[in-house]
Design a protein around this ligand. Structure first.
Ligand code: FES
Length: 84
């Protein structure tokens, strides 16, 4: 069985089938996903789509990493506050 991976900027992140992007990034040791409007680091917090702390850019669109399942080959970038 081959390992599935997506790309966080240029870094390959492995994940398990059914895992969210936020869980995979957290498991890979990434504690910050970008910065908010006040310049504070964003992160995986509530896990249910309520806090918006885990927003990332997926295929050019801002989405909650905690609600989005990882897919093989996906390209994901940090979403800086200027992007929102
Ligand atoms: S962790 Fe709160 S919306 Fe994703």
């Amino acid at each position: 069985m081959s390992t599935k991976r997506f790309f966080w900027d240029s870094r390959e992140i492995p994940f398990c089938e059914g895992e969210t992007i936020a869980a995979a990034l957290d498991a890979a040791g990434l504690s910050s996903f970008g910065s908010d409007a006040l310049g504070r680091p964003t992160r995986y917090f509530c896990g249910i789509g309520a806090c918006q702390g885990c927003l990332v850019r997926i295929d050019g669109v801002a989405r909650e990493a905690c609600l989005t399942l990882a897919r093989d080959g996906l390209r994901i970038e940090s979403l800086e506050h200027d992007d929102v």
